[in-house]
Structures are given as structure tokens and as C-alpha cells.
Design a binder for this molecule. Structure first.
Ligand code: CO8
Length: 261
């Protein structure tokens, strides 16, 4: 397939990844998934890029889930296992990245689309966005980390209702249950997401990296161990040029210019 299924752009210190299969509402085929992984890793390795935004091409969808035409056409269990391995690896890589990630959800985020959102740090929704884990209605499993991330991110009774019923829910409900950060008019979504990304990208990339590590590792530790882990990060953060620059800039009443060192 010669189609460019993932578009990758860099603007200042912000990387933008667009899932680009609008004819099928940006459904995730194996090719899309592997291209997403490749493009994400390239942005992750780019020292100029400090924050990565994800969106979908077209007017209607962020990602309408796994590609059902591909899913049904392959030999059942083997394909499912392979696809599950790929999707788990890619989404986990994105989730545990040292660089902050933002979802700009421009419409349907269904199945794998909601599961991608669940793997991203910050979520902005267009007012026309709709989310769901509808897999149960298709007789398949929300196996892109959906069960495990949903149950950890919203109250269990809500997570279970959404998973067991598979029902679609709108942006305002996603906001009310604490699954997303904000809902904005569709026309303003990308600007809002890029603006927020640029705001974060002005901060110390080094501290962002250490914060992401502290949050990622600390959440699964007992409190005492988590605080000790935080303390180690504080040590690493203070002994840097960014710390000197940030504090000096405050005292000199100027804007800090962080280099990530
Ligand atoms: N896969 C493949 N093609 C799709 C998908 C999809 N997920 N979603 C839409 N399309 C295609 C349609 O078949 C249609 O193709 P065609 O033009 O050739 O008929 C085209 O996109 C346009 O779609 P619609 O005509 O249906 O557009 P509407 O605006 O009427 O509806 C919806 C839009 C609501 C998004 C609707 O298309 C829909 O419900 N799509 C399916 C959503 C869904 O059920 N997603 C979950 C998929 S399963 C999943 O995500 C599992 C992932 C994790 C698995 C990991 C374990 C291995």
C-alpha cells in the first residue's frame, strides 16, 4: 500500500501525528499500527521534539477502532494473538514514553481509538467526539489494553458498565467521568491541543522526563517507596543547567530558556 497512513510533522518543539485513513474513519490495520509505532519512535528520538500530539484525519473520526475487515479476514486465534501483541507493544511504548503525549480527539474514538486515548497523557475532545469500547457487541475483546486501563482510570462501576454494555458515550459524559481533560468546539480542537503542547514544551524537558518516570513507576509502588523514587528524581532534576536557568530566570524576571540539560 503506497498510501501515507501516518502523517508526521514537527512545529517548533511539538510533534504532530495524524492517523490518515479517513475513508475508513482511521481504522487501525496492522500497517497503520506499525507505521504509528515507527513515526512515534522517530519523534521520540528527535531531540527537538518535546511533546507529541495525536489526531485523526478528516472531519468525523479520531480512530474508529481496529480494522474490522482485516480482523475478520485472518485466521482467528493466531491473528488475534499477533495483533494483540503488536497493539500492546505500541500502546505501552507510547504510554511509558518520556515525552508527554496529547490526544486531540476530532470525532469517533471507538474500540482501539478509545484504547489509544487511554494510553495518552492528556485528552482534549471535540464537542462532536464519541467514545466507546464496543467490542463486546462484535463478539471480540477490548484487548488493546482497554479493560486494564479503563478500570484504572475511572471508577470501577463506570468502567464496568461501559465495557459490559459497549455503549457509545459523548464528550460531555467522558468529561464528567474524569476520562478526559476538556471538551472544545471542533473547529478549535487542533489549535487548543497544539497551544497546550507548546505551553508544555516551554517547560524543562528534563523535568518533564523525570516527572513522567516518577509518575509511571511510582503509581505501582507502596507510598514509602514511591516517595523515595521521587526523591531520587528530585536529586537528578536539581543538578542540571535547566534548574539553574529556571531559578535564575525567575530571579532576573525573565522567561526561562530550557535546553533539557
Ligand atoms: N474497521 C474497518 N472499517 C471501518 C471501521 C473499522 N473499525 N469503521 C468504519 N469503517 C468503514 C466502514 O466499513 C465504511 O466503509 P465503506 O465505505 O466501504 O462501507 C466506512 O468506514 C465509513 O463508515 P460508515 O459508513 O459506517 O460511517 P458512519 O459515519 O455511518 O459511521 C462509525 C461511523 C460510527 C464510526 C461506524 O463506522 C462504526 O461503528 N464503525 C465501527 C466502530 C467499531 O466497532 N470499532 C471497534 C472495532 S474492534 C476494535 O477496535 C478492537 C481493537 C483492539 C483489538 C486488540 C486485540 C487483538
Amino acid at each position: 500500500m503506497s498510501e501515507n497512513v501516518i502523517l508526521s510533522e514537527v512545529s517548533g518543539h511539538v510533534g504532530l501525528l495524524t492517523i490518515n485513513r479517513p475513508k475508513v474513519h482511521n481504522a487501525l490495520s496492522t500497517l497503520v499500527l506499525l507505521e504509528l509505532e515507527r513515526a512515534f519512535i522517530a519523534l521520540e528520538k528527535d531531540p527537538e521534539v518535546r511533546v507529541i500530539v495525536f489526531t485523526g484525519a478528516g472531519e468525523k473520526a479520531f480512530v474508529a477502532g481496529g480494522d474490522l475487515a482485516e480482523m475478520i479476514s485472518r485466521d482467528g486465534i493466531t491473528h488475534y494473538q499477533e495483533f494483540a501483541e503488536d497493539i500492546h507493544r505500541v500502546f505501552r511504548r507510547i504510554e511509558v514514553s518520556d515525552k508527554p503525549t496529547i490526544a486531540a480527539v476530532n470525532g469517533y474514538a471507538l474500540g482501539g481509538g478509545t484504547e489509544l486515548l487511554l494510553s495518552l497523557d492528556i485528552r482534549l475532545l471535540a464537542d462532536n467526539a464519541e467514545l466507546a469500547l464496543p467490542e463486546i457487541g462484535l463478539g471480540v475483546f477490548p484487548g488493546a489494553g482497554g479493560t486494564q486501563r479503563m478500570i484504572r482510570q475511572v471508577p470501577p462501576c463506570i468502567a464496568k458498565e461501559l465495557m459490559f454494555s459497549g455503549r457509545r458515550f459523548k464528550a460531555e459524559e467522558a468529561l464528567r467521568i474524569g476520562l478526559v481533560n476538556r471538551v472544545v468546539p471542533n473547529a478549535e480542537l487542533l489549535n487548543e491541543a497544539m497551544g497546550l503542547a507548546a505551553q508544555i514544551a516551554e517547560k524543562s524537558p528534563l523535568v518533564l522526563k523525570l516527572m513522567k518516570r516518577a509518575l509511571r513507576d511510582g503509581i505501582n509502588m507502596p507510598m514509602e517507596a514511591a516517595l523515595a523514587h521521587e526523591q531520587a528524581m528530585i536529586g537528578l532534576a536539581f543538578d542540571t543547567q535547566d534548574a539553574q536557568e529556571g531559578m535564575a530566570a525567575f530571579l532576573e524576571k525573565r522567561k526561562a530558556n530550557f535546553k533539557g540539560r
